[in-house]
Design a protein around this ligand. Structure first.
Ligand code: IPE
Ligand code: IPE
Ligand code: MG
Ligand code: MG
Ligand code: MG
Length: 314
């Protein structure tokens, strides 16, 4: 079956459905049955609460559609891709904690710590981060053949690096330390590239690497991901100011209340949208050599920043 004969929207929806069912199963295995309160039952409930509430599943979908751009059928990579979503889910739980952004709404529901308490939310994040590595180390097949373990180890290490102090966690630390500072372009861009861009970039690169992309293909996808990762967090900043909870599933205006260093704080809404658009255009331009194989990846990129440009009646 060619990966190119279905419309990209349909491909994204199909892959999203597969990600969803695999996430549902991930923590629902039999070991959980019969656990009592002082076993891990409440912890696993808290982990599932944040993992299984409907999100965009952007990072696993980027991984899968990046592999598709290389010409590999991406379904076999879903068990790996959900590991990246687990890592993302953990980062959201911790991001919302009172000691961090202190948010009470996420994906249209009370945040993890509001439901389970701070201690359990911290542990649910720890549990998901750990589980992410287990998921990514599951033996994989690509086009029906076992994937080389060394290649897979390299990709897991890349994701780990992107999620750690040199990437997401480092960006989150800088985001906290910069609260209340005067916004400056180099700083805000560095924070955004690390706290959000790094995991997005690693997801795209992972799909390409697992699909054994050639060096030029990997380089082009890397350029795409680097621009898109920044565009995505600029769009997130804009949505924080303009989009209501019905659209974002999050409380509006939290960045301003917490004196966060954001693009709108520095460039205003229109200036931020302009920069978001420029980054997105550069991202999409770098996909040109892939032709229709990258249509799903391009669609994902467009759709995920679009709400920052919509009229929310504000
Ligand atoms: C929100 O990510 C946090 C950021 C890194 C900007 P998403 O916008 O991908 O959130 P979900 O997964 O769809 O809820
Ligand atoms: C969060 O950035 C980045 C990570 C969770 C790594 P934000 O704090 O802007 O994300 P939201 O707006 O709460 O989703
Ligand atoms: Mg934050
Ligand atoms: Mg936040
Ligand atoms: Mg935000």
């Amino acid at each position: 079956v060619s990966v190119r004969d279905e419309g990209p929207a349909r491909r994204v929806a199909d892959l999203g459905g597969l990600v969803e069912t695999t996430l549902e199963r991930a923590l629902a295995d039999s070991r959980v049955e019969g656990l009592d309160e002082l076993g891990s039952r409440r912890l696993i409930e808290a982990m599932r609460y944040s993992l299984c509430t409907p999100g965009k599943r952007l990072r696993p979908l980027l991984l899968l559609t990046s592999a598709e751009a290389i010409g590999v059928e991406p379904r076999e990579l879903v068990p790996f891709a959900i590991g990246v979503e687990m890592m993302h889910a953990y980062s959201l739980i911790h991001d919302d904690l009172p000691a961090m952004d202190d948010d009470e709404l996420r994906r249209g529901q009370p945040t993890n710590h509001v439901v389970y308490g701070d201690g359990m939310a911290i542990l649910a994040g720890d549990g998901l981060l750990t589980e992410a590595f287990i998921a990514m180390l599951e033996p994989l097949e690509v086009d029906g053949r076992p994937l080389a373990a060394r290649l897979q180890m390299r990709v897991v290490a890349e994701i780990g690096r992107a999620a750690g102090h040199a990437g997401m966690v480092g960006g989150q630390a800088a985001d906290l330390l910069a609260e209340g500072m005067a916004p400056e372009e180099g700083l805000v861009q560095s924070i955004h590239r690390r706290k959000t861009g790094a995991l997005i970039r690693a997801s795209v690169r992972a799909g390409a690497l697992l699909a054994s992309a050639a060096a030029e293909e990997l380089a082009a996808l890397d350029v795409f991901a680097s621009h898109f990762g920044l565009a995505f967090q600029i769009a997130d900043d804009v949505k924080d100011e303009v989009a209501p909870p019905e659209v974002t599933g999050k409380h509006r205006g939290g960045d301003r209340e917490a004196s966060k260093i954001t693009y709108p704080a520095l460039f205003g809404l229109d200036g931020s949208r302009e920069r978001c658009r420029t980054e997105l255009d550069q991202a999409i331009a770098s996909l040109s050599s892939f032709g229709p194989a990258a249509a799903a990846l391009e669609l994902l990129a467009h759709d995920s920043v679009a709400p920052a440009f919509a009229d929310h009646g504000a």
